[in-house]
Ligand binder design. Structure first.
Ligand SMILES: Nc1ncnc2c1ncn2[C@@H]1O[C@H](COP(=O)(O)OP(=O)(O)O)[C@@H](O)[C@H]1O
Ligand SMILES: [Mg+2]
Length: 420
């Protein structure tokens, strides 16, 4: 059996990583600044599948020195974590403590240091219900203990004098937090990070750096928690890859087949063009369409037919992508069939701009219900309205349009089969 080299469901390894030159440049600067005791944090914002987790993985390689950064070999202590709806402040604190302990607790003096400086964690856990992190005073106390312990640890591991009992000198601590848009009100992430960084700075070090990744709405989540917390970050928006970068990803992935299968899988030129077209610059889509095409291929060469059938066939890539990205927008977020009718009409023009008049010509309902539908769809971000002009709209991307067309044709087929 041939091994499929496309991996739609796992983040990219550094060897497979393509592009993101600007993003990397800004993050490298942040690392170098922080190493020089001038903390800079970054925030990676982007849609699902745009490559946030992959980029965080790469940053870890830079920060830990496996990949050189502008002739520097960095040596940050990197802590990786992510946030769910249930993550509490104490939960986050424990994750950070655990990661530090695992990395640093390698000798007797280090163990002694941990049981003293970080002893409050055990105390809290031991105290059980007596200390309640939901109670304001207790939460503040936990925060105090945590920030001092972290500052103390940070100062020691970045020093070369005798206070460093850890056999290694670090440039600083980098905390990477993925899925940060999940932060609950209770976690209060913006305030937490702001107070923590201020406190650490007062303790005389700025070698603590945060790298957050999340969906675009992370910005609102942070602002709601603390209006000025957003200023803590270099705000990096991730957009689609360029066409050449998409081709590069395909090339890299296919190169890896030599090792996986003992020979290199090729791709016909028209197939590569088609795959690039389907991918629309979304890294996740390259892997999803590529995966389906490879499955249908003979393993030696991917043909145009493989790409097309893999995309629109039964359980094909488009179906999978649609279930992940579009289904909610089409079925859940909107109630009326009239809304869907508008989307169906718009999908005929793919993701090109359509005027309201063009929609109206095909729309069966009243003018009023058309207005309502357009209003609702654009306020929910399902369609985009053209900046600076009234009454011109488009769908978010071609994939959405293709998927809607696929749904419509499936429904039509169902209807004709049923009526037979
Ligand atoms: N720069 C890149 N180069 C190559 N492949 C990438 C790149 N960024 C993402 N990918 C691929 O795209 C898919 C989604 O990436 P991921 O990092 O999980 O996105 P996100 O975290 O934004 O949802 C994965 O299959 C990953 O391998
Ligand atoms: Mg991710």
């Amino acid at each position: 059996m041939k091994i499929n080299p496309f991996k739609p469901n796992s983040p990219s390894r550094p060897g497979m990583f393509v592009g993101r030159i600007n993003e990397i440049d800004r993050i490298e600067s942040a690392l170098i600044q922080t190493k020089a005791n001038q903390n800079v944090n970054f925030l990676l914002r982007g849609e699902r599948g745009i490559g946030k987790t992959s980029l965080l993985n790469l940053v870890k390689f830079f920060a830990e020195g496996q990949i050189e950064v502008r002739d520097h070999q960095l040596n940050f202590l990197v802590i990786e974590t992510d946030i769910s709806k249930d993550t509490t402040q104490f939960g986050l604190i424990r994750k950070i403590e655990y990661a530090l302990r695992r990395r640093l607790e390698k000798s007797e003096p280090a163990r002694n240091f941990f049981s003293e400086a970080w002893g409050f964690i055990k105390k809290i856990e031991g105290a059980g219900f007596k200390i309640n992190e939901n109670k304001q005073e207790d939460a503040e106390l936990i925060f105090e203990e945590f920030s001092y312990s972290l500052a103390d640890t940070l100062k020691r591991i970045t020093n070369t004098d005798s206070s460093n009992i850890f056999n290694s000198k670090y440039d600083g601590i980098l905390v990477l937090i993925d899925k940060s848009n999940n932060a609950s009100k209770q976690l209060d992430l913006g305030t937490f990070l702001k107070l923590l960084l201020e406190r650490i700075q007062k303790e005389g070090t700025e070698k603590l750096m945060f790298g957050l990744a999340g969906l675009p709405k992370i910005k609102e989540v942070l602002i709601e928690s603390h209006p000025s917390s957003i200023r803590l970050f270099d705000d990096i928006q991730m957009d689609r890859l360029l066409k050449e970068e998409v081709e590069n990803v395909i090339e890299r992935v296919l190169e890896s087949t030599s090792e996986l299968n003992g020979f290199k899988t090729l791709i016909d030129d028209d197939a590569k063009r088609m795959l690039t077209y389907f991918a629309e610059g979304f890294p996740h889509f390259i892997h999803q369409y590529g995966f389906s095409a490879f499955e249908l291929s003979d393993g030696k060469t991917i043909t145009n037919d493989n790409v097309i059938k893999g995309a629109i066939g039964r359980n094909g890539a488009l179906e999978i992508i649609g279930n992940k990205y579009y289904r909610d927008d089409y079925y859940k977020k909107i109630q009326g069939d009239e809304y869907r009718e508008v989307l169906n009409i718009m999908s005929e023009s793919l993701d090109n701009w359509v005027t309201k008049k063009e929609i109206k010509d095909k729309f069966k309902g009243t003018n009023n219900s058309l207005n309502n539908a357009i209003q609702a769809l654009s306020s929910r971000g399902i369609i985009v309205s053209k900046e600076g002009s009234r009454g011109i709209y488009r769908l978010l991307d071609k994939g959405f349009a293709w998927w809607i067309r696929l749904k419509c044709s499936q429904e039509k087929n169902k209807a004709t089969t049923n009526s037979k």
